[in-house]
Structure formats: C-alpha cells, structure tokens
Design a protein. Sequence first.
Length: 251
Amino acid sequence: MYEKLKTSFDHIHAESDLKDRTREFLLRKMSAYSKTPPARWRLLTALICLVFILSGLGGGGWLYFTPVSAVSIDINPSIEFRINRFDRVLSVEGYNDDGMDLAAGLNVRHMSYMDAISQVLNDKMVTECLAQDEVLSIMVSSADGERQNEMLANVECYAAGYYNVYCGMGRYEDMTAAHTCGLSFGKYRAFLELQTLDPDITPEDVQGWTMREIRDRIGALSGAAPDSGGYGHHGQGGGHGYRNGWGDKSG
C-alpha cells in the first residue's frame, strides 16, 4: 500500500511542495490507522481518493487548478489573485512595478482568498499608502454569479473595518480586455468609468495613476464632492459604498 501510494504521487502534476505535504500527511494517517477497524480504513481510503482527485491524479487536477474567480486589489500597487472553485489562491500577478514588487513578497498560494486579502491589506507598502489617504479598490469577479455575490459580501464585510477601502464586482469575461490593456481588471473598470466622462483618456494614461488619482478625476468630471473621489461614500466602512460597476447592482 505504501509503495502504491508513492508511485501514484510520482505521476501527479501538482506543485512539488503540495505533493510532498499531502504524501506526508497520508503516510502519517496510514501509520496511525494501521491497527484500526476496517470501517476506519474505508474512511481513509475515501480520503485518499479525494486527495488524488484534487491533486491531479487521472486528469482530475482541473478541479483544483482551474481558476474560476479573481480578485483585483488596486491602490498604487495593482495585483490580481486567480482563485479556484475551493476559494484557494492559485496565482498572484502584478500589473505595475509596485504591484510586481508586492506580488513577489506575498506568500498566499493555496491560501483562502480572504486570508490572502488580509495579508495584502496588512502589508507595509499598502498600509503606508492608506496612511497617506490613498484609495484602495477591491474588485471581485467570477463566472458564477452566485459565487461572485458571495465573494463580494465577504469582502465588503472585511473592508468595513478599514478607511478608504472600497469594493465592487465586474464581469469575469472582461478580464481578457483588461489584461490586453496592461491593467488589472479593477483598474480597467475604473478606466472605463472615467472614459465615459473623458472619451480621450487611454489605458496608457491611467497605467501610472493611483486609484486616488483616477477616482478624483472621475469626481471632478462628474461633479461629485472632491472628498468622495466619485465613490459616493468615504471613510471607515467604505467597503459598502461602491457596488455600481460594469452593469452590476448599485449600492
């Protein structure tokens, strides 16, 4: 049984550290269960089968390693998380120089997306930006509308404890257009809003702008109060003030 387990893992196309951790866990469990009744062995066998499916045995790895959702976090660093159906972060991508620096310093792969967001919001670079009255945007997107609404509710609840942090959601299919422009989909969503007010604005124009600069420009063109930055809600609990993106319901 031990040799079969080892051979099976050799064929799994997963991250080596994930494979090693999973193999060690299963071997420990097998050792602990070696003198237990058959019913416990059946439970362990079911666990092994489930791990094989999620880890990639027999082509089933798409269940775990296929992204179905995304989170864009933009302030001056712009980054995106790609997330699987189990709410785990598969990858982190930076969309400007600060974003690439931030992404390189994060250790969030295979972490829940809410824990990953927490790590970002507590990063020194981000907290320094917020302390300087910059605006941070968290945009969620999923091919599944129910999942997207659930993600937004979770993010809004968490963001309620921060100043100048705003949340929204966008169409999952628009991420390709955003990336073609060299923007995260969160900044791309803000760009589209600004472009409706200033048709001459281009993605290249806003690539180096902070979210505060974009929101202030939107506010100036739309006649919103300068302090609101065009959000309609500003200050602590701001996570509940910005749900009007890309044809989604307005808050």
